[in-house]
Ligand binder design. Structure first.
Ligand code: GLN
Length: 305
C-alpha cells in the first residue's frame, strides 16, 4: 500500500501546476501549490501515507461536516430540514441566487457556505463561544487529535474580507432562516474554517464515518449509524459542490473538499482518506487531490457504485 501511495503521488505531482490557490482569502495566498500528500486510516486503525501528508493547512469547508454532525445530534433531521435542505446545487459554493429563488428560502444543503452558516446557528450553545466549542470539541474527537488550533492569520483574513458570507448570512436573517446575531454566527464560522489540520486528521475523520460512527482507535461510538449514513449521503451528492456529479462518476466516494486544498473521502466499511493539494479548480476543489483519489479508486476498486 505504501508503494502504491508513493507511486500515485509522484505520478500526479504534475497536476499541482494546474489551477489556482484560493486568493480571495488573502491569508491563503501564501500556501505552497507544490504540496501533494495523502494519508489513509483504515477502520482497524492501520495507517498509510505518502508525499506531503504532514503539512498543515486550514480545514475550511471540511469543517462543514463537523458542524453538520453536531447539528444532527442536537436537532433531529426533520427539524433541521425546516431550515436547511439536502439537495445538490449546480452553482458555486458561495452563490447567493438560490436563497431567493428556490427551496422556500432555505439553503440547498449544509455543504455550501449558506447552508453551513445556517447549520452553525442550529448547533447547541447559548453563546457564540459555546457554539464554537461544541463543534471544535467534536472536531478534536473525530480527528482523534486534541492539538488542533485556529490559524489566527487566516481567521482575521477571512473575517475582514468575508463580505460574501456576510451577504449570505444577512439575507438568511431577513428570511427568518437565522434568528441569532449574524456577526456572532459568522465569527464562529470563520473560526471553524481557520482551524489547522493535516491529511492525517481528515483521514481519521473519514475513518469514523467509514466505520459507521465508531472511532477505529478506541472502539467508542461517537456518532449514531443513522447520522453517519445521512452525512455520507449528503457528502456524495453535495460535498464537492457543483462538481459532485463528476466526482461521483470519476471517484465514486462520499467526499468533502475545502479551499485550503484538502479533501476528505470515505470508503464505507473500509477507510478514511485525506489528501492535500492547494491549487484548485473552478469549483474550489483540489485538482491534484482529485487526481490522486481517482487513481486510488481505480487501483483499489473503491467506488461505491
Ligand atoms: N472559509 C471559506 C469561505 O467561507 C470556506 C469555503 C470553502 O472551503 N469552499 O469562503
Amino acid at each position: 500500500m505504501k508503494d502504491l501511495l508513493e507511486t500515485i503521488v509522484e505520478k500526479n505531482r504534475k497536476w499541482t501546476k494546474y489551477g489556482n490557490i484560493a486568493t480571495y482569502i488573502p491569508g491563503l495566498a501564501n500556501s505552497d501549490a507544490d504540496h501533494l500528500g495523502v494519508f489513509i486510516c483504515d477502520i482497524r486503525g492501520e495507517e498509510y501515507f505518502a508525499g506531503d501528508y504532514d503539512v498543515k493547512f486550514t480545514i475550511q469547508s471540511i469543517s462543514k461536516i463537523v458542524s453538520f454532525i453536531c447539528a444532527l445530534i442536537d436537532n433531529d433531521f426533520q427539524k433541521l430540514s425546516k431550515k436547511i435542505s439536502v439537495e445538490p446545487t449546480a452553482d458555486g459554493f458561495n452563490s447567493i441566487v438560490n436563497l431567493e429563488t428556490k427551496n422556500g428560502h432555505r439553503p440547498l444543503n449544509p455543504m455550501i457556505n449558506a447552508g453551513a452558516i445556517a447549520t452553525i446557528s442550529m448547533v447547541n450553545g447559548l453563546t457564540p463561544k459555546e457554539k464554537f466549542n461544541r463543534v471544535y470539541d467534536f472536531m478534536k474527537k473525530v480527528t482523534n487529535n486534541n492539538h488542533i488550533y485556529i490559524n489566527n492569520n487566516i481567521y482575521y483574513s477571512e473575517k475582514t474580507t468575508g463580505d460574501r458570507n456576510r451577504a449570505l448570512a444577512y439575507y438568511m436573517k431577513s428570511t427568518g432562516i437565522i434568528e441569532e446575531n449574524i456577526e456572532e454566527i459568522l465569527n464562529v464560522y470563520f473560526k471553524l474554517c481557520s482551524i489547522e489540520i493535516t491529511c492525517k486528521d481528515i483521514a481519521y475523520m473519514g475513518a469514523v464515518l467509514a466505520n459507521d460512527g465508531i472511532l477505529p482507535m478506541s472502539g467508542e461510538r461517537i456518532i449514531t449509524k443513522e447520522i453517519s449514513k445521512i452525512v455520507k449521503a449528503v457528502m456524495t451528492t453535495c460535498g464537492m459542490y457543483d462538481s459532485s456529479g463528476k466526482f461521483a462518476v470519476k471517484v465514486g466516494l462520499p467526499a468533502k473538499s475545502g479551499v485550503g486544498g484538502g479533501i476528505m473521502a470515505v470508503v464505507p466499511k473500509k477507510m478514511g482518506i485525506g489528501v492535500l493539494g492547494p491549487a484548485l479548480d473552478e469549483s474550489g476543489n483540489s485538482i491534484a487531490g482529485i487526481k490522486v483519489l481517482e487513481d486510488l479508486s481505480k487501483e483499489l476498486d473503491l467506488s461505491i457504485f
